[in-house]
Design a protein around this ligand. Structure first.
Ligand SMILES: Cc1ncc(COP(=O)(O)O)c(C=O)c1O
Length: 453
């Protein structure tokens, strides 16, 4: 094996020539060759042409079983007919429809208010990033306070308000060009004492605590009940808002998201991903009282109200129509969809650990419902309860490069060693994945340096 280029990278290069050429062109006109840094992996990402069901095809004609599923958005699989048919019909009537109000935004808002317990009113935008930024502004405006607490490792998109303490080390800025740090404070996940302490310390100036009830970056690790209850109680005591970022969990863990599953209700909920039915979307929702903060009839003076929304494409008819098709289908079929995804995810997490153990590889698979993430811990017996645990106790590059590219070579796409199962993943698909994973673990074990080497 060439000492500089690993054999699995060479093999990947051999079957993805078209992607190599596209990436070399992209590097000249798109910084780093990608528009979202997580899309890059060595030696270069594969460029896609088409996606259907549980699969996609790259420009070189390779077929892949996909577990990234549109950043976890495509719970019905790629290009589901229930959405595509509605979109084809909608397209015949136009796209932006001049950017005036449309009936579908009303219907989608009504559906959200029906399904998400904390939602009595909604405003739409085009991404989760926008929705999270608006929720930060709304919280500040409603409480008249400035500070926000977030979770170390929590990702709420690239909005400036919350782009702090996302990647380890948490005390270093995530980007240049952000407003001076100090208004966004981070706390460790699943540490009730640290949460209570931080909330009390910042009580007078605290506008909101933001959290993903299931932290994506930490391997879809759920908030533990004590942590959730402390954060809920303490924020209520000091008059700060609790904001749930349910952009991953909304309509995926169940129709009412994590809040309905666990019976812990935030003041504000931000939504995205699944909600868009495969098209760009973000939504900020809360009680009517909180949402009135952005109502121009209630607060006619601009300096008295929060600016939430305002984009050219906010409430875009196509996005609203795709979202309605998605939510209606989930609502009508919830009786079998969620139990089936739950069972498939549970089995997936068990099989990954069993398959690794059978090959003498130490792997742990975390997650909840249909979400799963594989980790390679430095030692056995570790409990991964937070993004911090994942960063310091596991071999992240092994998951992000070696596992990923070896699986790509066998026609399987994972993100962070895992992803999301959709209703289009058949039992045969899952068995195919387990067989290929076994081969990959065998290869990894064979390529691992002997102890002492
Ligand atoms: C939990 C969470 N919040 C917010 C976002 C940002 O959403 P978007 O990518 O639509 O801007 C993401 C996206 O990955 C996310 O996972």
């Amino acid at each position: 094996m060439n000492k500089l280029i690993k054999d699995y990278l060479k093999f990947y290069g051999g079957r993805t020539l078209g992607s190599a050429i596209l990436f070399s062109r992209a590097e000249k006109v798109i910084p780093g060759g990608v528009c979202h840094n997580i899309r890059y992996h060595p030696p270069y990402p594969c460029y896609l042409e088409r996606a259907q069901g549980s699969r996609f095809w790259d420009v070189d004609g390779n077929e892949y079983l996909d577990f990234w599923m549109g950043h976890y958005a495509n719970i019905l699989g790629h290009s589901p007919q229930v959405v595509i048919a509605r979109l084809q019909d909608a397209l015949s009537r136009g796209t932006l429809l001049s950017g005036i109000v449309n009936p579908w935004e009303v219907e989608l808002a009504e559906l959200i208010c029906d399904l998400v317990p904390s939602a009595e009113a909604v405003r739409f935008c085009c991404s989760g990033t926008e929705a999270a930024g608006y929720a930060a502004r709304l919280s500040r405006a409603y409480t008249g306070r400035s500070r926000i607490i977030k979770i170390e490792g929590g990702w709420h998109g690239a909005c400036s308000e919350l782009l702090y303490a996302v990647k380890w080390p948490y005390d270093k800025p995530e980007s240049v060009g952000l407003p001076a740090a100090g208004q966004c404070i981070s706390i460790p996940f699943n540490d009730p004492e640290a949460a209570a302490h931080a909330i009390r310390t910042h009580a007078q100036k605290l506008a909101a605590v933001f959290m993903e009830p299931v932290v994506g970056v930490g391997g879809f690790v759920p908030a533990e009940p004590e942590f959730l209850h402390i954060v809920r109680e303490e924020t209520a005591k000091v008059g700060a808002l609790l904001v749930f970022d349910e952009i991953i969990t909304g309509f995926r863990l169940g129709l009412g998201g994590a809040q309905k599953l666990w019976g812990v209700f935030p003041d504000v909920t931000v939504l995205g991903k699944v909600l868009g039915g495969g098209l760009p979307i973000g939504a900020v929702s809360a009680s009517s009282r909180i949402m009135q903060t952005c109502n121009p009839f209630v607060h006619p003076e601009k300096w008295e109200r929060a600016a939430v929304g305002g984009g050219t494409f906010s409430g875009l008819p196509l996005n609203m129509i795709a979202g309605i098709a998605m939510l209606r289908y989930l609502k009508e079929n919830q009786g079998w969809i969620y139990p089936r995804l739950e069972e498939a995810g549970k089995r997936m997490r068990e099989r990954i650990e069993e398959t690794a153990a059978a090959q003498g590889i130490l792997a742990k698979c975390t997650g909840i419902g249909s979400l799963f993430m594989t980790h390679f811990p430095f030692q056995a017996g570790l409990n991964l309860r937070s993004p911090y645990d994942v960063w310091v106790q596991t071999q992240v590059p092994k998951r992000e490069v070696e596992l990923k590219v070896r699986l790509l070579n066998k026609g399987i796409y994972v993100m962070h060693g895992g992803g999301a199962i959709s209703i289009q993943h058949t039992q045969d698909d899952l068995e195919f994945f387990y067989r290929k994973l076994e081969e990959v673990f065998q290869e990894m074990q064979a390529a691992a340096p002997e102890p002492g080497q």
